[in-house]
Design a protein around this ligand. Structure first.
Ligand code: DI6
Ligand code: FE
Length: 417
């Protein structure tokens, strides 16, 4: 439903049971009520201590529902044409991701399907996927380009991402990933393509307001460290924040480079070195863990969680939703897999899909935690304890979702007091 036709969440929300870590500022007293006015949180406090100024607002009874900030999915490739179930079958028969790519599958096959699709067709394919993610309580999501690989087709993908954000009333951060793969027409001319990305595509897309951040796939089957740095320089010249697909299949030293450029995040990082961790810590770069890709590729090298934890590098968890390596449509399932496959603790996984994910998008002042002055994004869950958020496999336990100040879902049957 378009956000303008959803009921507003303005009012006082009573009898909330905030999950640990839900607050941006830790207070001695955990609030049990909050006020929403004009889509923003304007007060948080005790149920019994509502200031007179809010007395005239409508009141809702959450009946003790476990409450968290809206979830943040900080790494997705949500907009693309087609799907690649055939590659799943090829990999099951023994082919590696790299072999599939070399055989004409992989990212390039999604590029051909994306180029062939109209903007409306891409929108129609992406919208149900977005709806799935939103039903888990997602209130902010990153959507990358990278399946167009020409100015017109990258613009088409990014415009679809923007439209989805407006139509669904969800915060969408767009990331330009023009340096995702070499398009077929540039075979053997990698440098020419990187020049096109830096000198034509990026400036034009940024001028259209379609780019919130810039990402590169730095990998032996994609772009080199030197090519990555060229894209970083071009992005920096335009004042755009950086992210990196780093050390997924091999250690390319991409993370240290990204950290030197002050990147928001390094993502995947299965093969991250100790030097990379040190550089990320010094730069405040977030480590984005993508267990869906690790799982789908049947990878065996997990990211260096213990060392990241010891260094105090913030760890986010995301779906990496994409048709090749992570056709995942549940952020809660990814949080579960981050615990089971990567050994995150429950509090780490919850921080990974809220406050640290917000930081990976540069949204830490507005999303991923509750505070007065922020847009109202929160979720009431039909769960007794916070650990259940990561315990169930495939449940959708969100009962009431307040997204951008509107009640996007309410199956709790909120009673108005
Ligand atoms: N790393 C990934 O996991 C995805 N992109 C990337 O750079 C995979 C994209 C695909 O296979 O379509
Ligand atoms: Fe990715």
């Amino acid at each position: 439903m378009p956000p303008s036709s959803l009921p507003g969440a303005d009012g006082v929300w009573h009898s909330l049971r905030l999950a640990p870590g839900a607050l941006a500022d830790h207070t001695a007293e955990v609030p049990t009520a909050l006020a929403v006015q004009q889509g923003r949180i304007t007060w948080m406090g005790d149920d019994q201590a509502l200031p007179a100024a809010f007395a005239a607002l409508p009141r809702y009874d959450a009946r003790g529902a476990l409450t968290t900030p809206g979830l943040v999915d900080c790494h997705t490739h949500l907009v693309y044409g087609g799907q690649r179930a055939n590659e799943f079958a090829m990999r099951l028969a023994g082919a590696s991701y790299e072999e599939v790519a070399k055989a004409g599958g992989g990212i390039v096959s999604s590029v051909l399907a994306t180029r062939a699709a109209s903007e409306d067709a891409l929108y129609a394919q992406a919208a149900p996927r977005l709806e799935q993610l939103l039903n888990d309580g997602v209130c902010a999501i990153e959507i990358k380009s990278g399946y167009g690989l020409s100015l017109a087709h990258e613009a088409k993908q990014l415009r679809v991402a923007r439209r989805l954000g407006l139509d669904y009333g969800v915060t969408v951060r767009t990331t330009f990933l023009g340096a995702h793969a070499l398009p077929p027409e540039y075979a053997g001319r990698s440098q020419d393509y990187i020049d096109l990305v830096c000198k034509e595509m990026l400036p034009a897309l940024a001028a259209e307001g379609l780019v919130d951040a810039v990402d590169v796939f730095c990998e032996r089957i994609a772009f080199s460290l030197a090519e990555t740095e060229q894209v970083f320089r071009a992005a920096q010249a335009l004042g755009l924040p950086l992210k990196l697909h780093a050390e997924q299949l091999s250690d390319m030293d991409g993370s240290a480079l990204a950290a030197r450029y002050g990147a928001l995040s390094c993502d995947h990082i299965e093969h991250l070195s100790a030097e990379g961790i040190t550089a990320m810590r010094a730069a405040g770069t977030v480590a984005v863990l993508l267990p869906g890709a690790y799982y789908s590729l049947r990878d065996t090298q997990a990211p260096p969680i213990a060392a990241l934890r010891a260094a105090g590098v913030p760890m986010a968890v995301s779906t990496d939703h994409n048709p090749g390596t992570s056709p995942a449509l549940s952020l809660l399932l990814m949080a579960n897999m981050a615990c089971t496959l990567f050994r995150l603790t429950v509090p780490e996984a919850l921080a990974g899909i809220t406050c640290h994910a917000a930081r990976a998008l540069g949204l830490q002042e507005t999303h991923g935690a509750l505070a007065v002055g922020r847009p109202a994004n929160f979720v009431l869950w039909d769960l007794r304890e916070p650990a259940e958020l990561v315990y169930w496999l495939g449940q959708q336990p969100a009962r009431t979702i307040v997204r951008q100040g509107r009640v996007a879902v309410d199956t709790l049957g909120l009673t108005r007091l």
